[in-house]
Every structure is written in C-alpha cells, then in structure tokens.
Design a protein around this ligand. Structure first.
Ligand code: MN
Length: 335
C-alpha cells in the first residue's frame, strides 16, 4: 500500500484493477466463478475471470460519479483450482448431452449424464453459497464474477439468509425463466426461474433489455406479479417516440424495493460490446445507458450485491475490456 500510486500503471499483483487491498481490509470482494457447464450455444465464459483480471490492469482508477474511486477497497478471492477442474470434467459430460439432444435423443435416454451435471451444479452452488456467506457475515459486499449465468444461485441464497425482502434488477437479453433447460436444473437459462421458485425473500425481479424469450417464459412473466418487465423493443420504441432514457430508468427504479441485488448478464448490452458472449442477440443497451441506470439505482436504493456473467473472452481483449470496466463501475456503485 505504501508504494501504491493510483495514477501509475496497473501492476499484476493478483488483485483486480491492480488494487493494493488485502482480502481482510476490503469492503467489496470479487469472487471469480470459472464455470460454464450448462452453456448451450458457445462455451468459453469459464475463462472470463482470468481475462477480466488481465484486462482490469488497463483501467484508470478514476470515475466521474465516485470521488477517489481508487480508494474504494476492492479485494480479490483467488481462482479456485477445484472449481476449474470440476468445470472441465462436467463440461465434457454436458457437451455430450447437448450433442445427443441435438441429434434426436430424448432426455430420458440421457438421464444418467444429466444427473451427473445436476450434481456438479449442486456442488458449485454450495461452494458459491458458502464463499458468499463468509463474506456477508464479515460485512462485505460480494461481486460475483462468472462464468455463465447459472452461478449466482448460491449467492442469492446466501443473501436470502440475511435479508428478508429484496429485489433483483436483472439486465439480460434473455428472461432466464426456463424450467430446467436441456434437462439441466441449474441451467444458465433457468436462473431467474429457480430464484422465483426457491427463494421467497426475493419480492421482485425487474427484467430489463430482454429480446429473446419463449412463450412459456412470457406466460410466467404475465402470471407472476413479482416480475416486472422492460423488454428491449418496448424501451427502444419508447425512445423512438420521443421518450427519454431517464423516464424509463425512473419507471424501472419505481418497481424496485429498498434493497436491490443486480444480476448483470453482459448480453443485455448491445453485442458490439460483447461479441463473444455465449448467446449474443442484436439490439440491447448501450454502455452509457447501462451506466446511467446503474448509477441512478445506486443513488436511490441500497445495492446489497451483484453478479456480472456471460463475458466471453475472444481472440482479442475487447469483451474482457468491456467486462472489466463494467465490473469496476458495479463495484464503485455498490460500495
Ligand atoms: Mn442470462
């Protein structure tokens, strides 16, 4: 710490953004989750935590909205080798399931392998829950960094053991309300279904930016009044008709309770900002729209935690660069 200069180049010291803070002294802890076992279309997000760590050293530790941004104590939990191994092993099984389904086998034929994947997901969820719980007990805020979008389940469980009532701001191209997609109970496409189903402390899920969802998900959105829905097309039509982003943000915030968890799937952004994400979809929020929304939410609600998922590191550093900047913003606003 004695030698730390926030104006100098970032040093690869194992911490995100090259910050000098130890785990114990940090207010925010980034927990990397290198997991993409249920990814259906394009795997690779298990490499995001490392790629974002590398890219994060390039970021200037200054923010127009937050004084002395470098002074926000952001610490890092090291990558867990066991999780990396479990991901590799389980990914091989899930890939064979996905390929067999695509060539016409039914889920019943593949029940054994599907069960293996579900067991691995259970282990992952337990690990995330325990890791998050330890930080929450210490009064820290966890920044969960995926990985695919199945990873925050255990974290949201951990929050539910502390908070009786909170909402989720869910930014995503997808609604993630599918019931056990491809047979995988803890699929990236099912995270919000599982949360609604299992975690009654979540009193609201406010979905923003959706533009790729199925009829079953639509029916659930209509039926369950805990869900509020701001799909991409509605947002963009409102703006084309002369409405402002500020009005939309106000409407979004109005639906959120006092305590808010942010679940940020990077594919909620325009795909030019995340070209290598698992399931990119045209449309989406601009970076500045997302930043404006996050800042306004943080100004009027208590952010109790967040995740950033589905960053897919490609051949160049672009996806990880955007991911690192978004991660820094989220950490600052949550602090
Ligand atoms: Mn998602």
């Amino acid at each position: 710490m004695a030698n730390f200069d926030p104006n100098d180049i970032g040093v690869a010291n194992g911490n995100y953004f090259g910050l000098p803070y130890s785990f114990d002294e940090s207010r925010i802890i980034i927990i990397p989750v290198p997991w993409d076992v249920t990814t259906s279309y394009r795997a690779g997000t298990h490499d995001a935590p490392q790629a974002i760590l590398d890219a994060s050293l390039q970021i200037d530790l200054f923010d127009v909205n937050v004084d002395e941004a470098w002074n926000v104590k952001i610490g890092t939990e090291p990558l867990n080798r066991e999780i990396i191994k479990l991901n590799e092993k389980s990914r091989a099984v899930s890939e064979s399931v996905i390929n067999s389904l695509a060539s016409g086998y039914g889920q019943d034929d593949l029940a054994k392998d599907i069960e293996k994947v579900n067991k691995a997901s259970n282990l992952l969820n337990e690990w995330v829950r325990k890791s998050a719980e330890a930080c929450i007990k210490d009064g820290k805020i966890v920044a969960l960094l995926g990985g695919e979008h199945s990873v925050p389940y255990g974290y949201i469980q951990a929050l539910a053991s502390k908070y009786e009532d909170f909402g989720i701001l869910h930014i995503d191209a997808h609604a993630d309300l599918r019931h056990a997609y491809e047979g995988f109970k803890y699929s990236h496409a099912s995270i919000m279904y599982n949360v609604l189903h299992d975690i009654p402390q979540v009193s609201r899920i406010c979905q923003v930016g959706q533009r790729d969802f199925c009829e079953q998900e639509c029916a659930l959105i209509e039926k369950d009044d805990r869900i509020t829905f701001f799909p991409d097309m509605e947002i963009s039509n409102f703006l084309f008709d002369g409405g402002t982003w500020k009005e939309i943000c106000d409407r979004i915030i109005d639906t959120l309770p006092d305590k808010v968890y942010i679940s940020f799937d990077v594919d909620g952004l325009s795909p030019d900002l995340c070209p290598n994400t698992g399931t990119p979809v045209p449309g989406g929020l601009s970076y500045n729209q997302a930043d404006y929304l996050l800042h306004r939410v943080a100004s009027s609600r208590e952010i109790i935690g967040f995740d950033l998922c589905e960053v897919g590191p490609g051949e160049d550093e672009w996806d990880a660069n955007v991911g690192a900047r978004l991660l820094f913003k989220l950490c600052l606003y949550a602090s």
